[in-house]
Design a protein around this ligand. Structure first.
Ligand code: AMP
Ligand code: MG
Length: 329
């Protein structure tokens, strides 16, 4: 078997199963009466996915560590009890029988610290998109010796190959180091087709990706950057790592995140699965200073400032523009 074949097969099957389950939870739990204050469908879905993936990882790769976004502390309180019951019910629909204690054990598998070899998991990246009925992603990556080896993104509302003009039937995107980046249908394996970044070389022709949520964006610095680069095109607004698939597919050229007070450092699970897909599609990823992202500092990228993701061709020009902005502020 070629390298990482077993891990790839595991990750694809697991993320596909998890993403379909999460879609079902959303359809059943978020009716017209749903309000933003009620986080319950979100927590049920996040925890169910982390339980499912924790369970499967323990089974298939019992030696491996998992660094996941969630833990079961909240579920052990009185108010967590109905959520826990719902998690058990949904796992059952996926053919998994478990009691409350087992479920918490699977979820807490994700409390590992980082190590020589570990997986990162964001069970639902883009929670606000999930609630709104827009884009979100189930995001899983494998890191070994500080290098991302494999990444899988299950994007339940993304059109084929990352087309962005409307919501679609779901895309599963994946990459293994040195083996290219690929996509297939989320529903079933429709054959893997390659992802390739765009050829745009001129900053003025750039199409940027941006978080849908304006609180996640440093708008003044972003406007300044657009002005310096002469970018005229409106950005594509999307939630979650789904943006990284769109960039990898060549439908956009650039995405960056300035650190903001509420979010000074990126979490590893919010980057790793999408970063390898962009890199293997021919793109480039660094922090805003051009430094490679360092996955050896724990749950966050503590030695990096922000992220800069591009088709590669535009990277240097954008980095220089960022430097100009920073010198001014
Ligand atoms: P996006 O839809 O690209 O904004 O990505 C959502 C993810 O970004 C979440 O998983 C958050 O961890 C993270 N995030 C980015 N910026 C912020 C911020 N300013 N505040 C809170 N979370 C953020
Ligand atoms: Mg996230």
């Amino acid at each position: 078997m070629s390298s990482y074949e077993k891990e790839k097969a595991f990750a694809l099957e697991t993320v596909r199963q998890a993403a379909k389950l999460v879609r079902k939870i959303r359809e059943e739990m978020i009716g017209p009466a749903f309000t933003k204050d009620d986080k319950s469908p979100v927590t049920v879905a996040d925890f169910t996915v982390q339980a499912l993936i924790g369970k499967r990882l323990k089974e298939f790769f019992p030696q491996d560590l998992l660094v996941g976004e969630e833990d079961s502390a909240e579920l052990c309180t009185m108010s967590g009890k109905p959520v826990l019951e719902k998690i058990c019910t949904y796992l059952k629909t996926a053919g998994i029988s478990a009691n409350a204690e087992t479920v918490c054990g699977w979820i807490d598998h994700g409390k590992s610290t980082t190590g020589k070899r570990f997986w990162t998991l964001d069970p639902i990246d883009g929670t606000k998109g999930f609630i709104r009925g827009d884009h979100y992603a189930v995001a899983l990556a494998l890191i070994e010796n500080g290098e991302i080896k494999l990444g899988v993104l299950g994007c339940p509302n993304l059109k084929e190959a990352g087309l962005t003009d409307n919501l679609g039937a779901g895309t599963l995107a994946f990459a293994v180091r040195g083996q290219g980046a690929w996509w297939t249908s989320l529903e079933e394996d429709s054959g893997a087709k390659p992802l390739k970044v765009s050829e745009h070389k001129q900053p003025f022709e750039t199409i940027m990706l941006r978080s849908f949520e304006t609180q996640h964006v440093d708008s003044p610095r972003m406007s300044e950057l657009k002005r310096i680069l002469g970018i005229k095109n409106a950005p594509i607004l999307m939630d979650s790592l789904t943006k990284y698939v769109v960039l990898a597919a060549g439908h956009a050229d650039l995405m960056l995140r300035f650190p903001v007070e509420d979010h000074p450092y990126e979490c590893i699970w919010d980057q790793a699965p999408g970063v390898i897909i962009i890199e293997e599609a021919g793109g480039k990823v660094t922090d805003l200073d051009g430094k490679p992202l360092d996955y050896t500092k724990g749950r966050q990228l503590l030695s990096n400032r922000g992220v800069l993701l591009s088709n590669g061709h535009l990277h240097q020009a954008v980095k220089e523009a960022i430097q100009q902005i920073q010198h001014k502020h």
